[in-house]
Ligand binder design. Structure first.
Ligand SMILES: [Zn+2]
Ligand SMILES: [Zn+2]
Length: 476
């Protein structure tokens, strides 16, 4: 508890500490020392009359000046194009320092202690992974190890290194690779889903055992809050522009409107998938000069890769739902339980809210993802140009909710680690865990492999030409 209080205090004071440090260094600078630290607002790149492309529909847009706290949206598909955040670099730095300090206690300290009929069992995050490993579910072990431990660590480390370098106006050549790690791991770090799994495990066990909350629980909760805050305060456009232009103002691209369409591709620009920089196709570059990613006008073999992953997910859905996903042993008698049995248990015991959460995450979300991606692929195949904006919104929902289906896997991992009361009662994973984990990961990979800009490419023929201004900025 003392550790948690210490980190809470540290977290809420980090912003203040960094502000004081900045004032101290600036005063030091004014007194004639050689250290140069510019104010974030004065070195921020100019944001007016520059071009940008929408990530979802490739519409070429004139970059608007977005006031801090506001966001600009794509006039064609409604995607958020840009959002401006006050002191983004300092905020990300403050959060990531606290996150890194909390990370090891969150992973290694015990999360919860369950006590029933004289037996006591406690476990940490590592314990859940070891349970799957000992039961020889190696695929699930690897998936949890990466999503709950490795990727959150990489996310915090990359956010820390990037914001620290930008805060002190240092631009080492490896910085762009570090920030690319942040961009790439954002989708796959699942601390918030794991924490929801802890809450579900607590609700499931609260009537049959006494639950003790250990220091790891509070540390993990803070890591989740910090990860969410880093995501909310990260102004990626500002970060990329600072990495590229250092302290110089940004340069506008030479541009002449072409009559072939409104998209960036039709106007002769390639849009980098990682940093979203626009690069003239005429330059003939194969790698992005800003982040180093390979350049493609559209994601390579997007349709065939998405179909392949989608078909795999559909095949895996059957064993995932028909086979038992865990076994609950009571007085030495094991009872296999499928996903639906688990949901029925919550509804029968009157825990409607948690039953609906599990039903949504384990059954409805995977089906919605499979049906949604199928609709998008069929739309492209048969050139259905109707409801393009609604389809773009559906794609964004599919991408957003993808990782929440891992909830059931995390709950089973926690229960196997925490409910081990010898002969009296124990929980273990069963064969459907591997198939269900496969469904979640293949549908997530299918959403990533799909290129939503393909939906709009045929529509281009009927559209106008040249870049358009974005919708007026709206509050987030
Ligand atoms: Zn758009
Ligand atoms: Zn790039």
């Amino acid at each position: 508890m003392k550790i948690t209080l210490f980190f809470c205090t540290l977290y809420f004071n980090m912003d203040y500490f960094l502000l004081q440090l900045r004032h101290f260094i600036e005063r030091f600078n004014e007194e004639g020392n050689g250290i140069h630290i510019g104010k974030e607002s004065t070195v921020a790149p100019q944001r007016t009359e520059h071009l940008m492309a929408c990530k979802d529909c490739d519409l070429l847009v004139i970059q608007a000046k977005v006031p801090p706290g506001y966001s600009a949206k794509c006039p064609r598909c409604g995607r958020c194009l840009d959002r401006s955040i006050h002191h983004s670099i300092a905020k990300v730095l403050a959060h990531s320092i606290t996150g890194i300090l909390l990370y090891l206690p969150a992973i290694f300290l015990p999360l919860l202690t369950f006590e029933a009929v004289g037996f006591t069992d406690s476990s940490n995050v590592i314990g859940c992974i070891i349970e799957f490993y000992q039961a020889e579910y190696y695929f699930v072990t690897l998936a949890i190890f990466l999503s709950a431990i490795v990727f959150p660590c990489l996310l915090l480390l990359s956010a820390l290194l990037t914001s620290l370098s930008l805060y002190f106006h240092k631009y080492p050549p490896w910085l762009r690779h570090i920030f690319r790690i942040y961009v790439r791991t954002e989708e796959w770090a699942m601390t918030e889903v794991f924490f929801l799994g802890i809450i579900v495990a607590i609700i499931k066990m609260k009537d049959s055992s006494t639950i003790g909350y250990d220091a790891g629980f509070f540390c993990f909760m803070l890591v989740v809050l910090i990860t969410v805050r880093i995501n909310a305060t990260m102004d990626k456009r500002l970060f990329w522009e600072r990495i590229e232009f250092k302290d110089r103002p940004t340069e506008a691209l030479p541009f002449s409107p072409q009559s072939r369409g409104e998209s960036a591709a039709a106007n002769g620009f390639c849009h980098c998938h990682d940093c979203h920089k626009l690069i003239p196709i005429a330059d003939g570059m194969d790698k992005c000069p800003r982040c180093g990613a390979y350049l493609h006008l559209r994601k390579q073999q997007s349709i065939s890769r998405t179909w392949a992953l989608l078909c795999s997910a559909i095949i895996l859905l059957f064993p995932a739902n028909l086979l038992p996903i865990m076994q609950v042993s009571f007085m030495g008698t094991p009872t296999p339980s499928t996903i639906m049995d688990g949901i029925r248990f919550f509804f029968d015991s009157g825990q409607l809210f948690i039953g609906i959460v599990i039903l949504t995450a384990s059954i409805l979300v995977p089906i919605f993802k499979v049906v949604g991606i199928t609709i998008l692929l069929i739309s492209i195949k048969f050139n259905f140009h109707h409801y393009l904006r609604k389809k773009a919104i559906m794609y964004r929902y599919i991408s957003f909710i993808g990782k929440w289906s891992m909830l059931d896997i995390f709950v089973i991992g926690l229960l196997t680690a925490l409910v081990n009361f010898g002969f009296f009662s124990s929980v273990s994973a069963d064969s459907a865990a591997t198939y269900f984990c496969g469904v979640v990961l293949t549908t997530m990979a299918a959403a990533l492999a799909f290129d939503p800009r393909l939906l709009w490419d045929k529509y281009e023929n009927t559209a106008g030409s040249g870049p358009v201004p974005p919708q007026p900025p709206k509050t987030p």
